[in-house]
Design a protein around this ligand. Structure first.
Ligand SMILES: NC(=O)c1ccc[n+]([C@@H]2O[C@H](COP(=O)([O-])OP(=O)(O)OC[C@H]3O[C@@H](n4cnc5c(N)ncnc54)[C@H](O)[C@@H]3O)[C@@H](O)[C@H]2O)c1
Length: 248
């Protein structure tokens, strides 16, 4: 049990990668907090996590809203649970609008969820880790888009690139205090987020991937487990990219 006695807060855990990470962490003994906007998705994850025999609860949260994030962490405090691990995973696919047609609203809706959400949740989690004095792990979801750029979706690419830079900087602030901050930058992974992209893009996803297939959520959850556990005790400020061999 690699996460015994740990509490992990996972944003966007009602679907895809967040759910897979919640289930993998639960299997390793962690208590799970599901911070999710979609209540039905959160309920389903909660059911599956409970089936693993671990304690968990869900808090309806919009990570792009600082007050909603404050309420999430208050709910954790009210339960008397510590925060050992935060996985900043909540996100949306944004849009593939060419940059010259992107509206201010489209831009902000992507940047607020991905980048500001990562900031709000990291800030609250790190505050608690500092008081607890037993270190912690912050895991931010970037994307290959943030490493190599992808045409279309400038707001998504920019937000993911910024999350990777945020990870590097914040990692250096807290390394000496035992709080390790790292990022995961997945390639194409089979989750509902891909349903928001045009079907014509699917052949391109496999062509871009030397392994010749789209990834599975469990293959990203395995990387998250590594970064959350003591196995990665000397890994700080890094971005690991499970991407089937894609050049980044
Ligand atoms: N699947 C991929 O190919 C892929 C590749 C690279 C990066 N990512 C990143 O991985 C993360 C998870 O994506 P996924 O593929 O599991 O997608 P998904 O759509 O299956 O899950 C995303 C979850 O985030 C939740 N969410 C969205 N906005 C939210 C908000 N404001 N507050 C709280 N929750 C919110 C959604 O309700 C959903 O449950 C995202 O950050 C995404 O950008 C995914």
């Amino acid at each position: 049990m690699k996460l015994k006695d740990k509490v992990a807060v996972i944003t966007g855990a009602g679907s895809g990668l967040g759910r897979a990470i919640a289930l993998r962490f639960a299997q390793e003994g962690a208590r799970i907090v599901i911070a999710e906007l979609n209540e039905a998705g959160a309920e389903e994850t909660l059911k599956q996590v409970h089936a693993k025999g671990t304690e968990a609860f869900a808090v309806t949260t919009d990570v792009s809203d600082t007050q909603s994030v404050s309420r999430l962490f208050k709910a954790i405090d009210d339960r008397g649970w510590p925060v050992d691990i935060i996985v900043n995973n909540a996100g949306n696919a944004g849009n593939l609008t060419p940059l010259h047609e992107v509206t201010d609203e489209q831009w902000h809706s992507v940047v607020e969820v991905h980048l500001s959400g990562t900031f709000y949740c990291s800030r609250e989690a790190i505050k608690r880790m500092l008081v607890q004095g037993r270190g912690g792990a912050v895991i931010n979801l970037g994307s290959v888009a943030g490493l190599r750029g992808l045409p279309g979706g400038a707001s998504y690419t920019a937000a993911k690139g910024a999350i990777i830079a945020f990870t590097k900087g914040v990692a250096q602030e807290y390394a000496s205090l035992g709080i390790r901050v790292n990022a995961i930058a997945p390639g194409w992974v089979e989750t509902p987020i891909l349903e928001n992209l045009p079907d014509e893009m699917r052949p391109m996803m496999t062509t871009m991937t030397p392994l010749g297939r789209i990834g599975k959520p469990e293959e990203v959850a395995a990387v998250a487990l590594f970064l959350a556990s003591d196995e990665s005790s000397y890994v700080i400020g890094q971005t690991i990219s499970p991407n089937g061999g894609m050049h980044t």
